[in-house]
Design a protein around this ligand. Structure first.
Ligand SMILES: [Zn+2]
Length: 455
């Protein structure tokens, strides 16, 4: 007896370490059968999906994304819908030190809305509270300021945050000791996770990676190096990967995530674009694309860049400064996970928010053959699930949550467009807790997601 039976597909079996042919039966939101369904079982299914020629995968888990800014942009979903459209069923937000609102506020909007398109796990973020308590970007906090910051972090922890994120590059005054103190003051379980957006990119990325490894070595919690490619895919990826691989061998609590685009995205007023950045990257003003009015879809000149920095510092921009072979190296490395780092502002922004997972499957698995389907799926499902302690997600096993993404391996891909967000192709179905929430690329239920607290 099944609510839903998915037949004839292929799926990753993470216990066997291979892709297998299997039918999957779902009852009461859980996977209750995996194997070859006979006619009797088929006739007991209330509904059936024929997935012949398709991959039936656990729903993708995006271990690094940025949530909606409900306070500034209204209590509706944009990025969470983009996530669902690309096959993500669970995301980990509150990243790069910059949660968009307190966790209490975030949760109350999800509740008011009767759910969200995807499930959310949240981190609390250091920089947001550092700024709130008046610490200058290049300064260090006083003892009193630290106390206030830690109190705010602890409030988010009490609301169920999974851990703490830092955006070191955004507040260059932040020291290693300051970060360690914050972790020790606010995290209360070794099972929590700490993440960091590096201090620097370009030639100084190696030092930045070493600093993050140092954080990891000095805390009990899991530690995630965020979106490695935007730090190291500028000439030093090989060196960074060998340092990280070695550190991960010795410290199993360390890991990293990365996204598949050769451009990064952040606020144009941020310290990332301080003097000397173009020399460091070997790039020019014209490699920066602005994403909002009055400069929506405008590539910079020196004059526009300076005006945007001065008068629209909060505007997001896209910087085309990374090298494709190094992007690929971070994806195909035997360690590491895939994550989008998706971030949108007033509905627009970098296409990674709408296409990361389909792009890896289309470009690197199918077109280039540089990573196997199995390994790519592992990096977007079971690895992040285990990392977050979600033992009932990220895998297709009996008793697990029926969060499933069905896609066409012959067509799946993003539609990269830096001027306008486009839906990916090839995502046929997304199922959450046994219910179809997306069909043929269209969302049919955008309220199946929940906030998942740390416990
Ligand atoms: Zn970041």
């Amino acid at each position: 007896m099944f609510d839903l039976l998915i037949i004839n597909g292929i799926c990753p079996d993470f216990k066997k370490g291979e892709i297998i042919h299997a039918d999957i039966g779902i009852l009461g939101g859980k996977i209750t059968f995996i194997g070859q369904a006979d006619d009797e079982l088929k006739s007991s299914a209330a509904s059936m999906i024929d997935a012949a020629g398709k991959v039936v995968s656990p729903g993708f888990i995006d271990i690094h994304m940025h949530e909606e800014n409900f306070a500034k942009e209204g209590k509706h979903y944009v990025i969470s819908e983009k996530m669902l459209e690309m096959g993500v069923t669970t995301g980990v937000a509150g990243q790069c030190g910059n949660p968009r609102q307190t966790l209490k506020e975030f949760k109350s909007v999800l509740e008011e809305n009767g759910g969200s398109p995807i499930n959310y796990l949240m981190l609390t973020g250091y920089n947001t509270y550092r700024v709130k308590h008046g610490v200058g970007r290049y300064d260090q906090p006083t003892e009193e300021q630290k106390k206030l910051i830690h109190e705010d972090l602890k409030k988010d922890m009490e609301e169920g945050a999974y851990g703490l994120s830092f955006g070191i590059e955004y507040d260059p005054g932040m020291t290693l000791d300051e970060m360690l103190e914050a972790v020790h003051a606010s995290c209360y379980s070794p099972e929590q996770m700490v993440t960091a957006h590096f201090r620097d990119d370009g030639p100084r990325a190696v030092a930045a990676v070493n600093e993050m490894i140092q954080i990891s070595d000095n805390i009990q919690q899991k530690f995630q190096i965020s979106h490695l490619s935007s730090c190291a895919a500028v000439g030093v990826m090989d060196e960074c990967l060998s340092i990280i691989n070695e550190a991960m061998d010795r410290n199993p609590k360390l890991d990293y995530d990365t996204y598949p685009y050769h451009a990064f995205s952040t606020r144009v007023g941020s310290a990332v674009f301080d003097d000397g950045c173009f020399e460091k990257w070997g790039k020019d003003y014209s490699d920066i694309l602005l994403t909002n009015e009055p400069y929506k879809n405008v590539f910079c000149t020196e004059e526009i860049f300076k005006d945007a920095r001065e008068n629209h510092p909060q505007m997001f921009c896209v910087a085309f400064v990374m090298n494709e072979p190094e992007i690929e190296a971070a994806i195909v490395n035997k360690k590491g996970m895939i994550a989008s780092d998706g971030v949108l502002q007033n509905g627009s922004g970098h296409p990674r928010a709408a296409g990361t997972f389909p792009r890896v499957l289309g470009r690197y698995v199918r077109e280039k053959g540089s990573i196997s389907m199995y390994d790519a799926l592992r990096k977007m499902t079971v690895l992040p699930a285990d990392r977050m302690g979600l033992t009932h997600k990220g895998r297709l096993e009996k008793g697990c949550d029926a969060d499933i993404t069905i896609f066409n391996p012959e067509t799946v891909c993003d539609q990269e467009d830096f001027l306008q967000l486009k839906k990916p192709v090839g995502i046929d179905y997304v199922i959450m807790d046994g219910e179809i929430v997306l069909k043929d690329g269209d969302i049919v239920n955008g309220r199946r997601g929940r906030f998942i607290p740390f416990r």
